[in-house]
Design a protein around this ligand. Structure first.
Ligand code: C2E
Ligand code: MG
Ligand code: MG
Length: 557
């Protein structure tokens, strides 16, 4: 075989020789044939444009003023196109056509070099897709979202309509991820995105921003109440049905924040930020609900940010104080304890109650330091009282965050050592959620704390989900019955039954009970009848400064 023929036969690129006279293939190499799914023999004598690229022919004809690339008279032409294979399927090819001229300069043949570029094209498409979409759900990502929002804004400007931007966050998704693993979490996200998608109109866009946050664009809003609210309600409802992932039956809900163009912002970023602010408000309102953005929310966010930065300085500036609320033992009819409740004397805002700043301190992590101060201060004060003959225990509230990252045991030990307070006079109040979360780790911490000799009580009992087994395992000493059940105990039959049940259950588990929020004599009487061990509430005294507490204590002795 001559070397040229050898090259022709074994070349990886497809090569074909076509006569210019009748536009028929005269020679094709195996690569050329196989790219099109033919045997070389089958192609001899056929017209390449007609069988490989009828559509392309039309395209080339029009774009080249009638002279197809396959009939080109210029010396060289390259292009990428789609050819049709023998089985009818498409193959993407890059084509290079060169002409051969006879001695008179007329075109006698054309040589086509051709390569299969399907793989490269599909990778390019994939890259392009990934640049604009979330790989898990296939939904548009932030870049594409921004583009679509900008289009929707232009559309709204032209049509004098509005556009709604919705920020959707899954409630409790972190718990699913943490407790069941990320693969279950991923499935949940896919199911949720599919359900949300079903509620939308054709022109709406749903995108995922990573994590458990989805952003929706609802263009063409002519009537906010009439269009947005029904869609939002459908979105909320779409998640009411539980779903199965692996062996788990799960359910989740969403919180939705809504910002409107042009009312809340003229461009993408401010609109998105406001939709997020509104979403956080929806979470605050108890989740599984929606909220339209209002300017008031922005003021609140600013206030929160200021408070958060002030919090960091507050410890150093000595701005915290503890107030103490007496706890009265119903059998002994005397004050046996005090709950230490923190107050923040803010230089500008005055007295800030804990509900306003504890959640902030928890989210910023400052609670660990603040909690440490509370334990030290409460032990110090209790010890002073002990020296004065006031033999009472002091209860401090412990945030779940302190359990997780506050090396609580060493803080407690140090506070006891520094103050000299006997451990049994220090009581730690934790909520039910602390016990239910990360149980094994928590259990270890609790065991070590119990070895130190401090008391453990469950605050706001009845509002969370604790199991009897846990109460036993955690060697809890006391249940603090939540004020919501206590308040109306003498008028609300259900509350009375709940409180009675808690007291009886506690007795059989050998736990003490204390009722919080006792505001009047009637409530006190019912609790005494039901055999509650101790009470705390405005009926006796509000939380007060240490000096006042002392006077109160001594006045009752
Ligand atoms: P809590 O531990 O359940 O405290 C009881 C709350 O009920 C206190 O509110 C107390 O002032 C209030 N209270 C007491 N008796 C009555 C009553 O008869 N009627 C009514 N309506 N309320 C009564 P406060 O001091 O505003 O504390 C609120 C919550 O803040 C506390 O609930 C506790 O969860 C948290 N907290 C307070 N101090 C600290 C602290 O030092 N660290 C941590 N982590 N949380 C704290
Ligand atoms: Mg408490
Ligand atoms: Mg409480």
């Amino acid at each position: 075989m001559n070397p040229y023929q050898h090259i022709f036969e074994h070349a990886k690129v497809g090569i074909a020789l076509c006569s210019a006279k009748d536009n028929r293939l005269e020679m094709v190499n195996p690569a050329f044939a196989s790219i099109h799914g033919y045997e070389p023999d089958e192609l001899i004598g056929v017209s390449p444009g007609e069988i490989f690229a009828p559509e392309c022919l039309a395209h080339v004809n029009s774009s080249r003023g009638g002279s197809s690339a396959y009939f080109c008279t210029s010396d060289d032409v390259s292009f990428e196109t789609v050819h049709t294979k023998k089985d009818g399927s498409p193959v993407e090819v890059s084509v290079h056509v060169t002409v051969i001229r006879d001695e008179n300069g007329a075109v006698s043949h054309r040589i086509t070099n051709l390569q299969d570029i399907s793989e490269r094209k599909s990778i390019e498409k994939q890259i392009e897709f990934l640049a604009y979409h979330d790989p898990l759900t296939g939904l548009p990502n932030r870049i594409l979202l921004k583009d679509r929002v900008e289009q929707a804004i232009k559309h709204a400007q032209r049509n004098h309509s509005k556009m709604a931007l919705l920020c959707i966050d899954l409630d409790g998704f972190k718990t699913i991820n943490d407790s069941l693993g990320h693969s279950v979490g991923d499935e949940v996200l896919k199911i949720v995105s599919a359900r949300l998608k079903k509620c939308l109109r054709k022109t709406d866009t749903i995108s995922r921003q990573g994590g458990d946050e989805f952003i929706l664009i609802l263009p063409d809003i002519t009537d906010t109440k009439g269009i947005v609210i029904p869609i939002v309600k459908n979105l909320l409802e779409s998640l009411q049905r539980a779903f199965r992932v692996e062996e788990h039956t799960l359910s989740t809900s969403i919180s939705i924040g809504i910002a409107l163009y042009p009312n809340d912002g003229e461009t993408f970023e401010p609109l998105l930020q406001k939709a997020e602010t509104a979403m956080y408000k929806a979470k605050e309102l108890g989740r599984n609900t929606y909220c339209f953005y209002t300017d008031q929310m922005n003021a609140e966010v600013l206030e929160q940010l200021t408070l958060q930065s002030d919090l960091l300085k507050a410890i150093g500036n000595n701005e915290f104080v503890l107030h103490y609320q007496p706890q009265i033992d119903l059998k002994e009819k005397r004050i046996t304890g005090a709950e230490a409740l923190i107050r923040w004397c803010h230089p500008r805002l005055g007295m800030v109650p804990p509900v306003k700043f504890i959640p902030l301190a928890e989210s910023s992590g400052a609670i660990v330091q603040i909690g440490q101060w509370v334990i030290h201060e409460a032990c110090r004060q209790a010890c002073i009282w002990h020296r004065q003959g006031m033999n009472i225990s002091v209860a401090v509230n412990i945030s779940p965050i302190q359990f997780k990252r506050g090396n609580l045991e060493s803080v407690v030990k140090e506070a006891l050592t520094v103050s000299g307070l006997p451990p049994r006079f220090l009581e730690l109040e934790v909520t039910e959620s602390v016990m239910m979360h990360d149980t094994e780790n928590t259990l270890r911490t609790v065991c070590r704390l119990k070895e130190v000799g401090v008391q453990l009580s469950i605050d706001d009992f009845g509002t969370g989900y604790s199991s009897l087994a846990y109460l036993k395992r955690f060697a809890v000493d006391k249940l603090k019955i939540d004020q919501s059940f206590v308040r109306d105990i003498y008028t609300d039959h259900d509350d009375a039954v709940i409180v009675k049940t808690i007291i009886q259950m506690a007795k059989s588990l050998n736990l003490c009970t204390i009722a919080e929020g006792v505001e009047n004599e009637q409530v006190l009487c019912v609790l005494e009848e039901q055999g509650c061990d101790a009470v705390q509430g405005y009926h006796f005294a509000k939380p007060m400064e240490a000096g006042e507490f002392e006077k109160y204590y001594k006045g009752r002795e």
